[in-house]
Write a protein of this length. Structure first.
Length: 711
């Protein structure tokens, strides 16, 4: 094979999947699935998959330009309590000493019922940190069972010297050690320590897997270097995983929505990755996935991950009957009960079946429904069966089953309940939709999505089981993602490198912002991004005094575009009109630059029977039809770079609110070439202009930009 390819591997609890993708067209060339190799280590399965695919397709090592894998290992280790004991060496001095002693002693962290991350703790006065006191502290926590060390000092984000000294001593003794400053640059000693402890507890297991997997990839002679999926939808180099394995936690949840965003033109949507036992629900707004601080064992951390809500409602969810009526659906699934789905059996297999009830697990109530055929074979009634019976599954879909066997199974339940099989399936589906709708409506409210413009997107093997019926219930649009069953693996193969940095700085200066930008670029390049492709967004959270930088970049010399076809102006106009809730004839393109188009509508509102008031709405849509910004009462300006000092300054002033106390600048986005520059976090015109000058210094004076401002 002469074409260049990308390989994505997704290691799940049951199966390890792989895809090979053409690096130019982004078409899936091959897909393969094997059982996850738990006993000999997951790396063995990864190697087997890579080797099989390369041999079958004739892929030479030099043809692989990108290889990455996503893993549930960190998440599973936390859920199962399979983590290392952590020794914490806290530090502080003077007035802060007592508080630092308490805040670095985070205690044991409950990861799951009865499963704990165990910690031991000691404390050194920062003025007394030397080789002798460090050795005494290390010996003390090791004596209490510590396998990994965390060094955590008050204000180490300003000066990490003492944490680095402890790390060096620990590493010289063959111990893994994490410094709090490595995990987060934010003040908040307790949360920083807790995040570092969770990270440290994962290091031994992740190091073992990372080393095995890396050796295996090296043995294949692939030169591109193995990347690992992060919990925020990006990837990082395996060297960074060795330092910060916590970033792989929940990465399996991130991969699916990352894949959906690559393939689907989603502006505002809810993404469902539905398997057999559970569904992960995440939010896409303005073409971007929503992120928040993750929690471990109910405790907030400084780990930023996708905002994912997980429910025990999926394709294999079992029906429950209590008191002669359908009482619930799930949380147990056919997989947990060890039974096959009724809808995937051959015709005639379930004729003459009768209903029986089981407890899938010892403590479960005996109300989960199975059907037993005359030969004594037992099958589970499932939500996938209900969806098939009610006509929600498209023909040829991964979840599509036999109409004949599905009807026979549900008719058996209907006979038991005194209704038709279809009525029983409808009751079951309604119960499932009640649970899902409550979560989705909460997300729509929380992220202020417009239901007229929201699309429900189904991924995973059971996406169609859920989204069609839920969209019908909520009266919104829906679609099944391309290659839905492999969407997570595709997300891994197509992911960008991503890094985030946060610092506690009140009223950051131009120099603070520029330094942050330099630091994040250095960090993301270390994580495997090509500097020429790096985009940086700076945010200022004035309420929490947080300066935040987010960088994304490709691992090769071009941005990911998936070679999507540009839409025609009339198509862009129709999508914009739908987004703005106005007729196409009242929606007009008012500015264009690079990949960006600004569409505006002016609504005339009637008062006492006459037109008296105008309401302006605008949206910014890219050439592929993804709406990236949508606002009412927003202003826009198209200007050449050379006019930044006059016309843009006037535009900024015109949209600034002046009062006796201060001047409040508007929220501003800048669009040019392929870039959407988010300046909404800036607190002053000086900050905003400083970042803008850095970003556009490479542009020619005549190049045009679009500014959008709103209050």
């Amino acid at each position: 094979m002469s074409k260049k390819v990308r390989i994505g591997i997704d290691v799940g609890g049951t199966f390890t999947d792989a895809v090979v993708i053409d690096s130019s067209t982004y078409e899936v060339i091959a897909k393969k699935k094997i059982p996850t190799t738990h006993e000999e280590g997951v790396a063995a399965g990864v190697v087997a998959l890579i080797s099989q695919l390369m041999e079958e397709l004739g892929i030479a090592p030099e043809d692989v330009v990108f290889i990455a894998h996503g893993t549930t290992q960190a998440t599973n280790a936390l859920l199962e309590g399979d983590v290392a004991n952590v020794g914490i060496i806290g530090m502080g001095t003077g007035m802060d000493s007592r508080g630092a002693r308490n805040e670095t002693n985070v205690g044991d962290i409950e990861l799951a019922p009865g499963k704990f991350l165990k910690t031991s703790h000691t404390f050194i006065d920062s003025k007394s940190v030397n080789d002798s006191t460090i050795q005494t502290a290390i010996d003390e926590v090791r004596g209490a069972g510590a396998e990994v060390i965390v060094a955590s000092e008050a204000y180490s984000v300003d000066n990490p010297e003492n944490e680095l000294r402890i790390q060096k001593n620990a590493e010289n003794q063959g111990l893994y050690c994490t410094g709090g400053h490595e995990i987060s640059q934010l003040y908040g000693l307790k949360m920083r320590t807790r995040t570092a402890v969770v990270n440290a507890s994962l290091i031994p297991k992740m190091m073992e897997t990372a080393n095995m997997t890396e050796r295996a990839v090296v043995d294949t002679k692939i030169q591109s270097g193995l990347m690992i999926m992060r919990c925020d939808g990006g990837v990082m180099s395996i060297n960074e995983v060795r330092k910060r394995p916590i970033l792989t936690m929940l990465s399996g949840l991130a991969a699916g929505v990352a894949g959906a965003l690559m393939y689907e033109k989603i502006s505002d949507g809810i993404f469902f990755e539905a398997g057999g036992t559970s569904v992960d629900i995440s939010v896409i707004k303005n073409g971007k996935v929503m992120i928040k601080y993750a929690q471990v064992g109910g405790h907030k951390t400084y780990l930023q991950s996708l905002d994912v809500r997980t429910l025990g409602v999926a394709g294999g969810s079992m029906v429950r009957v209590n008191g002669g009526k359908i009482a619930d659906i799930g949380p147990r699934s056919a997989h947990i009960a060890g039974k096959e789905y009724e809808c995937f059996q051959k015709d005639g297999e379930l004729d003459g079946s009768e209903v029986l009830f089981v407890s899938p697990r010892k403590d479960d109530p005996k109300e989960y429904v199975l059907v037993k055929n005359p030969a004594g074979r037992e099958y589970s009634l499932t939500l996938a069966g209900a969806a098939n019976l009610l006509g929600y599954i498209p023909e040829g879909d991964y979840a599509s089953g036999s109409a004949q066997t599905t009807k026979a199974a549900w008719d058996a339940l209907g006979t038991y309940l005194g209704c038709t099989g279809e009525e029983a399936a409808r009751q079951t589906m309604d119960l499932a939709m009640d649970k899902l709708a409550a979560v989705v409506e909460e997300l729509i409210d929380e992220y202020e999505l417009d239901t007229r413009f929201v699309t429900l997107v189904g991924g995973g093997g059971s996406g169609a089981v859920i989204v069609h019926s839920l969209a019908e219930r909520m009266n919104v649009k829906w679609k099944i993602a391309k290659n839905a069953p492999y969407i997570s693996t595709i997300g891994v193969a197509l992911a960008m490198v991503r890094e985030q940095m946060e610092r506690t700085i009140a009223n950051p200066t131009d120099d603070d912002i520029k330094k942050m930008r330099r630091d994040i670029i250095e960090k993301i390049v270390k994580s495997g991004a090509n500097e020429a492709t790096v985009d940086v967004t700076i945010e200022v959270d004035a309420q929490k005094n947080i300066l935040r930088a987010i960088a994304t970049g490709a691992t090769e010399l071009r941005q990911k575009d998936l070679t999507a076809a540009d839409l025609k102006p009339e198509q862009l106009r129709e999508i914009s009109a739908e987004a703005l809730g106005t007729p196409p004839e009242d929606t007009n393109c008012v500015a264009s630059s690079g990949r960006w188009n600004v569409y505006e509508s002016v609504l005339k509102k009637k008062f006492l029977g006459v037109f008296s008031q105008k309401s302006r709405r605008l949206c910014v849509i890219d050439r592929e039809g993804v709406v990236r910004l949508k606002k009412e009462k927003a202003a826009y300006l198209k200007f050449a770079k050379a006019r930044k000092g006059d016309v843009f300054t006037e535009f900024l002033d015109a949209n600034t609110t002046f009062s006796d106390a201060n001047a409040t600048i508007p929220k501003v986005f800048i669009f040019y070439r392929e870039k959407m520059l988010d300046l909404t976090g800036m607190q002053s015109a000086e900050q905003l202009n400083s970042i803008l000058d850095v970003e556009i210094e490479g542009l020619e004076d005549g190049e045009e930009l679009i500014a959008v401002a709103y209050k």
